[in-house]
Design a protein around this ligand. Structure first.
Ligand code: FE2
Ligand code: FE2
Length: 180
């Protein structure tokens, strides 16, 4: 059990972030379904997996609020974009989303620090590192998709080669609520 949070601002902001993470998860499901319908199974698989990761992020934040004896309020989410003009658009949207989340996560860390809530600031450190990786991954993918947009099989091969499946368990990751 963590010490009670010293400020109302951080839990409130973290609750908002839970909504953004669930919205990101829904957006990635929508992107995966789009690629699935286009018979681009590797891109689809990649985004289905990203969707699960975003859900985990939300559930890690839920667990943190529960452990801190703060209210965890599960929000509704804004509907995702479900139609896309071409093979590039979903990845461009994904990169935009990851950049926005990086700013939100940095803002959360700053809010915790300002409140003198170093436990929460430390909790945010894992997400800061995660966002650096996710922005880098989406930037790389966007470059590949733009370069090979007329040759989707080239993109599929890249995703199969560079993102073959489950990354190993990250022992430093916070625990998602309800996970084994
Ligand atoms: Fe996330
Ligand atoms: Fe993400």
């Amino acid at each position: 059990m963590y010490a009670p949070m010293s400020s109302e601002r951080f839990p409130k902001a973290l609750n908002e972030q839970i909504g953004y993470e669930f919205a990101a998860s829904q957006q990635y499901v929508a992107i995966a379904v789009h690629y699935d319908a286009e018979t681009l199974p590797q891109l689809a698989r990649f985004f289905y997996r990203q969707a699960l990761e975003e859900r985990d992020h939300a559930m890690m934040m839920v667990q943190y609020l529960i452990d801190a004896d703060a209210d965890a309020v599960i929000p509704g989410v804004t509907a995702p974009q479900t139609t896309f003009d071409d093979i590039v658009a979903p990845v461009a949207l994904a990169l935009e989303q990851e950049k926005r989340v990086s700013e939100q996560i940095n803002g959360l860390a700053a809010a915790a620090r300002e409140a003198g809530d170093y436990t929460s600031e430390q909790f945010m450190q894992w997400f800061i590192k995660e966002q650096v990786e996710e922005v880098a991954t989406m930037s790389d993918l966007l470059r590949v998709v733009e370069r090979s947009k007329d040759d989707p099989m080239e993109i599929e091969n890249f995703v199969a080669r560079e993102h073959p499946g489950e990354a190993g368990e990250d022992p430093t990751a916070p625990h998602p609520a309800g996970a084994a």
